[in-house]
Design a protein. Structure first.
Length: 637
């Protein structure tokens, strides 16, 4: 859909008119299905590649409009964030060397993008969630500047009725609020398309749901968000919460989310999906529709169903039904949205090949998967895979309990390989891509596991910012070499790129594991914290994490000199010794500016605030290593 067609002011008569066209599109699609006009007996496959643009310090570069202008190629397009970019592959007839042709085209398009961005001083990375992305990157100023995204944000935020709340728990825990839909821009996927006939849509769609868990278990590549170790595929939880329009009070009604796995098998037709989505989810944006689909059908023409396709694009099922037109002939596709971007192009094509093969294999065995598998089990398997990856256990066909790795290695992978052979996929291609999946399963090294193991190997080395930079830099290096992830050596801190890439901003090295007190706490608590944790400053905050003061070791020494600290009798509250007239900085403050502030103001500590709340602290000790590296650099020059 062209973004200049999107209506940003969408209410009243415009909304009612769009809804009428949406309902007419549904009736037109029903007629198309009944008439047998949907293309049958043709199988095409395709894919969409999402990725991140990077600056010189391995952080998001919101430069998509400049990059697209330099590319001047319709294969490339925008996504929500100005640091995101999407590549669309050409459809391939399913068979022969279609998989290697997909890989070859994607390699060519990614290589072209790398050349263009390098000339502009930027880079790219294929990954599910960028390890170096920060909450400060997710302001509206970094939203791609076109009407559709602004309209979507305004509509979603209005329906939400307040802040977006996020809670994800893994090894670590993430609890935060955000004021826009921009957290969705943290996600990048590799979306595969599989064209199906109308008569086979129901079974193949249900089979896609059935194999979603096994597929996701071996493709996870998004274990980190804002430095927290969460789910093996954190995209699943993050995306659902990022575009959740339900207000807190509506949850007891069992209102479904716009991002969902679904609630039941479909039984008769693709119409069940489209009708349910229209019935349950309000239209968010609209277009001026210039066709009457029923009149076009009466003239023997194929309607575009613009209203239906636009609405479908704002309901985010993990397996999405798609209507399209090729050479004037309408067709149906299943769009698989569960697979993450990366770790490499060959890994992605192997993931798609596994999905295609599993569909073919199970379709030959089951003409109705719903007779042998409960939908609840398919959904539970999907969520279990997102949380634990290859380490999870599934409830499989017939209620069998089996580990993900065993199911894939002993059954689904051989079955998928056999199905690819029967489809006429080139034997060398089949062996290559299925071999990638097999080695990944045998080694246990998915993209997610590589990140977590690398991070553990760098424990206590450098700062968190350096470690996340090293992960991103190592990903780019290995990705560019085209080595599948099961062969990747672990990332090392040396790959972070030195001080220039790691100390541009305060948030890259500030301490975030804070020990704080409240103003009415006894000052003895602050003194003990300093002794126990070997720190010289203790922030004072209120119950909303707003900074109200700072206790320094110097202030406690003065108290000790006057005999007030630790004596028997009435306690001294923190409020009496804390300094409340504070100089603070934001996470985005440059290192140079922070050093200047501390020197000119004669202070040894800078609390770091974001949205008025304490998020970190930097002290003169944190700057010693930076200053040392600056001096070394000057001497070398």
């Amino acid at each position: 859909m062209k973004t200049d067609e999107i209506q940003t002011a969408f209410a009243g008569e415009e909304r009612r008119s769009f809804m009428r066209y949406l309902l007419r599109d549904l009736r037109a699609l029903e007629q198309i299905l009944k008439s047998g006009a949907i293309e049958e007996g043709v199988r095409r496959v395709g894919a969409e590649q999402e990725l991140f643009l990077l600056d010189a310090s391995w952080h998001p570069a919101p430069k998509v409009m400049q990059v697209l202008a330099a590319l001047d190629d319709s294969h490339y397009t925008t996504e929500l964030g100005a640091f995101n970019l999407e590549i669309n592959l050409d459809p391939q007839n399913y068979g022969g060397k279609c998989l290697s042709r997909m890989e070859e085209q994607l390699e060519g398009l990614v290589s072209k993008l790398r050349r263009v961005t390098a000339e502009m001083g930027y880079g790219i990375v294929l990954t599910g969630i960028l390890p170096t992305i920060r909450k400060t990157d997710l302001g509206l100023e970094n939203m791609t500047p076109n009407p559709r995204y602004r309209a979507l944000n305004e509509a979603l935020s209005a329906m939400r009725g307040g802040h977006y709340d996020f809670y994800i728990k893994g090894v670590d825990e993430l609890v935060l609020k955000h004021d826009s839909v921009m957290l969705e821009a943290c996600n990048a996927s590799f979306q595969a398309h599989f064209q199906v006939g109308a008569h086979e849509f129901v079974n193949l769609y249900n089979l896609s749901q059935a194999v979603a868990g096994p597929l996701l278990a071996c493709t996870c590549n998004s274990p980190l968000l804002f430095g927290r170790r969460l789910w093996r595929e954190t995209r699943i939880a993050l995306f659902q919460q990022a575009v959740d329009t339900r207000s807190p009070g509506s949850h007891p009604r069992d209102t479904p989310s716009r991002v969902s796995f679904g609630e039941r098998w479909i039984k008769n037709s693709v119409m069940e999906i489209y009708r349910e989505d229209v019935a349950r989810f309000r239209t968010l944006v609209g277009i001026a529709v210039d066709e009457d689909p029923l009149e076009r059908l009466a003239r023997g023409e194929t309607p575009e169903l613009k209203a239906l396709r636009l609405h479908n694009g704002t309901v985010y099922r993990w397996m999405r039904a798609c209507y399209g037109i090729t050479d004037g002939k309408p067709h149906l596709r299943i769009e698989n949205r569960i697979m993450p971007s990366g770790p490499t192009i060959v890994d992605e094509i192997a993931n798609a090949a596994l999905w295609f093969g599993m569909l073919g294999a199970l379709a030959s065995q089951y003409d109705d998967i719903t007779k042998v598998m409960e939908f609840e089990h398919a959904k539970m398997n999907f969520l279990a895979a997102a949380r634990a990856g290859m380490n999870c256990q599934f409830t499989w066909i017939g209620g069998e309990q089996i580990t993900a790795k065993k199911l894939l290695l002993e059954r689904l992978l051989p079955m998928a390989s056999d199905a690819l052979d029967k489809r006429g996929i080139d034997p060398a291609d089949r062996a290559r891509y299925m071999g990638v999946i097999e080695k990944r399963l045998e080694t246990g090294q998915s993209g997610a596991q590589w990140m977590l193991t690398s991070l553990a190997g760098m424990k206590d080395q450098g700062t968190p910012g350096e470690r996340h930079n090293a992960l991103t830099a190592a990903t780019v290096a290995r990705q560019t070499a085209g080595i599948p992830v099961h062969e990747w050596p672990l990332a090392t801190l040396a790959e972070a790129g030195g001080w220039k890439q790691n100390y541009f901003k305060v948030e890259q090295f500030m301490e975030t594991d804070l020990f704080t007190v409240h103003a009415d706490d006894p000052v003895d608590l602050a003194a003990n914290l300093m002794e126990w944790e070997h720190i010289r400053y203790v922030p004072v905050e209120d119950h909303q994490h707003r900074l109200v003061g700072l206790v320094s070791a110097r202030a406690l020494l003065r108290l000790l000199a006057h005999g007030e600290l630790g004596k028997e009798g009435p306690t001294v509250p923190v409020s009496q010794v804390m300094k409340s007239d504070l100089i603070t900085v934001g996470p985005e403050t440059s290192t140079v500016e922070s050093i200047r502030l501390m020197r000119t103001k004669g202070i040894g500590c800078l609390p770091v605030l974001h949205d008025g709340r304490l998020v970190g602290i930097v002290t003169e000790r944190d700057f010693m290593d930076i200053t040392s590296q600056l001096l070394d650099q000057k001497l070398q020059e």
